[in-house]
Design a protein around this ligand. Structure first.
Ligand code: ZN
Length: 145
């Protein structure tokens, strides 16, 4: 729940930034001629404005892409960035161990496995939450006694 709330919060902040940027772009436009009979939309009529809108949309798409990319590599429990990527599998033995990259949360909440080879279409990342590591350690101590 916290994971999705954080994503929605980031998207809301990005929406606010895009709104403010849009207002600035509109205010920066030159005043239309007072002799024109009607006000036409400058998009597709004014080259500068149209080019600015192109850059504005590219900036918006890039911002959303960065937010989704950042969210993908965050821990689902504590929202910290996942660390320590390790390559597993082999590119020469695809059938017995396809290459993948594994990231872990430094606080032991889980592991994210991302397939590097996507033969059967796009496969989403595989998040595996870990059990409580202290409970596991205590059970090992109890079994030694
Ligand atoms: Zn974590």
């Amino acid at each position: 729940m916290k994971y999705w709330a954080y994503l929605i919060a980031k998207l809301t902040v990005a929406l606010g930034i895009m709104y403010v940027l849009r207002r600035i772009l509109i205010l920066a436009q030159p005043v239309p001629s007072p002799y024109s009979y009607y006000r036409q939309d400058p998009f597709a009529h004014d080259l500068t404005y149209t080019f600015l809108m192109l850059l504005y949309s590219l900036f918006g798409a890039g911002l959303i892409w960065l937010i989704v990319l950042d969210q993908r590599y965050r821990c689902r429990s504590c929202l910290r960035r996942l660390r320590m990527p390790i390559q597993t599998g082999s590119w020469t033995h695809v059938l017995f161990g396809a290459p993948r990259t594994e990231y872990i949360c430094l606080y032991g909440h889980g592991t994210l496995k991302i397939d590097d080879l996507q033969l059967t279409g796009r496969q989403g990342p595989d998040w595996e939450p870990h059990e409580d590591m202290w409970k596991e350690l205590c059970s090992l101590e109890d079994s030694k006694k």
